[in-house]
Design a binder for this molecule. Structure first.
Ligand code: SF4
Length: 678
């Protein structure tokens, strides 16, 4: 038996565990008892994270589409064909007709390399990844308010908090080990407010459960702040010494007394007042949010409101406090950090800044780097349907299931002249590709992931990849060389990290030898910097924390006579993202086999729908068939559908309307109808 310490490939909590292997095959997982996050525990996905690795569906050889069918190819042929095809699109239509989609499942080193390939080799800032679908609102909103778009505190800070405010996060299902840490804190005496109109498991442990209407977070938070100011509960000393723009915030929230907010949120004024008093009365209040806050056409405004509340009460820069976005995928924080975003190079260095471009051009040995602003992934899909994006290179993502409005996503992908997919399975998106490159999974390569609390951790190889599959970083290097960039040469991922550290001040002090045993939290700028568990302690990254007043904007599509229900989407405990790994894991698939729609018993009775009966749910975009799950988890008038299942794809229904600033889609609110299928 061999035990290899590595990082879980599922959620951003970033638990470390040992992969147990025998004779070159994985046979199990053991938690790491000393790891500061997992502390000897794992959730069901972590315990089963080895099971998909040897699945017979793994891609084992490059595939080239020939007369409509895939045929196996050698690596030499595949790499040369991809490089030539990308170059051809670039030469005929311009560099900005190409889009590169990076992966929150790939390592930091691989995200950095794809960013380098897009900008340094193919000359476009069109590089993005699935943070666009989950936390781009966080990056925009928190960067404006604090100067940094990441979780301000550490997961361990939950132990120091005496009030935890969870808004828009089904933590026990999406980030189970953080969820259980919250429950431990509550058992230890911390108070808990849960704002979520689903009766999620955490709400059973809450002192206050606010079941506000979907999309009404801004009125709720504005009214809480109005109460805090009116009752003299704001932290004046903190505001005067550490913040700016308070008068503008005070003027805006003054327009939101609890009675007005009650009419929009569906709460009572008393509930809002109680929440405000609980939050402002805490010694250390920790705000935790996730995609219930970010995935709206006003997602950035929601994030700004969270930041405003923390600034108003002095809850930033100290233990047990802070604004804490829980990042979804295992390495979505790292994907952002590595500059797999159109507006930033690694470490959030602005692509628009000529000095930044000059620095990277020098570091990479290229004559110049592109100045034209890049496209976010969601806008690139729109551009593909309009014929402006002609070629797409997708590494480890499955937009056909994960993007809003599936019919639109299909149109976008089918309109491409060139679609290359690099992945571990033949996903729904890969089936549409012209070329497919087989990649190694997390258990078959070296590298680093960065978890939601900014902890950079080592990923280690436990077994060989199947067949001819190769680590993404090796494929990207070969592709760069074949496209004419001969200077690229790394013996191993630690050399890529050395280059990242040299060009990226936030990661300046990070090297593999320093990541033993349990990683470092950025900013870590020098080789003796111990890392930063809590941001903004003495001053904010931007200097002063900035209040950004927010006016309420309703969701783009509200229920009406034809589509009288609000649909909200999310994950289930047993599955992950588009299910390509969890649905190939026997135990997880057995526990949650098929898609379902949750509807309230009152609605079910009214519609004549009984438990497990088939229903048809329809929006203006499409229609799907699902079994009914009758439950008071959802309030009347609201339906919930998990988005993991291709045979009942929630995103066939969702609305491709984008936040104007972050370009995140409004996954959390759209209007639908439901009927029983006879
Ligand atoms: Fe993996 Fe997240 Fe579960 Fe930890 S909580 S074992 S990181 S899925």
């Amino acid at each position: 038996m061999k035990r290899t310490l590595t990082v879980c490939p599922y959620c951003g909590t970033g638990c470390m565990f040992y992969l147990v292997s025998q004779g070159g095959r994985l046979v199990g997982v053991e938690p790491s008892s000393t790891h500061p996050v997992s502390r000897g525990a794992l959730c069901v996905k972590g315990w089963n994270a080895y099971a998909f690795v040897h699945h017979p569906d793994r891609l084992t050889t490059p595939l080239i589409r020939d007369h409509g069918e895939f045929r196996p190819a050698t690596w030499d042929e595949a790499i040369a064909t991809v490089a030539t095809a990308l170059k051809s699109v670039q030469e005929r239509h311009g560099a900005d007709s190409l889009m590169f989609a990076s992966s929150a499942k790939a390592t930091n080193e691989e995200n950095y390399l794809l960013m380098k390939l897009a900008r340094g080799v193919f000359g476009t800032n069109n590089i993005d990844h699935c943070a666009r679908l989950c936390h781009s609102s966080t990056v925009t909103g928190l960067t404006e308010a604090f100067g940094s778009g990441a979780m301000t505190n550490s997961i361990a800070c939950l132990d120091d908090s005496d009030l935890i405010f969870v808004i828009g996060s089904n933590t026990t299902e999406q980030h189970p080990l953080i969820g259980s840490r919250i429950m431990n804190a509550v058992r230890g005496g911390a108070r808990l407010i849960v704002a979520d109109n689903r009766r999620i498991r955490l709400s059973r442990h809450a002192d206050l459960h606010l079941r506000h209407n979907n999309g009404s977070d801004v009125p709720l938070l504005n009214a809480m702040m109005q109460v805090i100011i009116a009752e003299g509960r704001a932290d004046r000393a903190f505001m005067e010494s550490r913040t700016e723009n308070y008068p503008a915030l005070a003027a805006t929230v003054a327009q939101w007394p609890p009675e007005r907010a009650a009419a929009v949120t569906g709460l009572t004024p008393e509930e809002i007042v109680a929440a405000a008093r609980l939050f402002a009365g805490a010694r250390a209040a920790m705000l935790v949010y996730s995609m219930g806050i970010t995935q709206h056409s006003h997602g950035v405004d929601n994030v700004r409101s969270c930041a405003n509340l923390a600034l108003l009460t002095g809850n930033v820069g100290r233990p047990g406090a802070g604004v804490n976005p829980l990042r979804g995928q295992n390495n979505v924080q790292g994907g952002c950090d590595m500059g797999a975003l159109p507006e930033f190079y690694s470490g959030y260095q602005q692509a628009a800044d000529p000095l930044v471009r000059e620095k990277f051009a020098r570091g990479w040995g290229v004559s110049s780097l592109p100045a034209t602003p890049g496209l976010p992934l969601t806008r690139a899909m729109n551009a593909a349907t309009e014929g402006r994006i002609k070629g797409m290179f997708i590494m480890g993502e499955n937009p056909l299931l994960s993007d809003p409005d599936q019919a639109h996503a299909l149109r976008a992908l089918e309109s491409l002249e060139l679609l290359v997919v690099q992945d571990i399975f033949l996903t729904e998106t890969a089936r549409l590709a012209h070329l497919v490159l087989p990649a190694a999974c997390f258990a078959e390569k070296e590298g680093t992931f960065t978890n939601t609390e900014r902890r950079v951790q080592r990923v280690r190889k436990a077994v060989d990849p199947p067949g001819e599959a190769r680590p993404d970083w090796q494929i990207l290097c070969d592709l760069a060389r074949s496209a004419g960039y001969k200077e690229i040469s790394y013996a191993a991922p630690h050399e890529i990290m050395a280059e990242i550290a040299a060009l990226t001040p936030l990661y300046g002090g990070i090297s593999y030898d320093r990541l033993e045993p349990h990683g470092l939290q950025w900013p870590c700028t020098t080789s003796d910097d111990p890392g930063t568990p809590i941001l903004h302690r003495e001053h904010f990254t931007r200097g002063r924390g900035r209040f950004i007043p927010v006016e309420y904007r309703p969701s783009a599509e509200l229920p009406d006579e034809e589509y009288p229900f609000v649909l909200t989407t999310g994950r289930s405990y047993f599955h992950w993202h588009t299910g390509s790994m969890t649905r190939r894991t026997h135990l997880l698939d057995r526990e949650e086999r098929s898609p379902f729609v949750e509807l309230n018993p009152h609605d079910a009775a009214r519609m004549g729908v009984r438990e497990r009966e088939m229903t048809q749910v329809t929006s203006r975009r499409g229609s799907i068939l699902l079994a009914a799950r009758v439950s008071d988890i959802v309030p009347p008038g609201v339906l919930f559908i998990p988005f993991h299942f291709v045979e009942g794809a929630a995103n066939a229904l969702t609305n491709n309307v984008l936040d104007p600033e972050s370009s995140i889609p409004e996954f959390k609110v759209c209007a639908v109808s439901i009927r029983r299928v006879p």
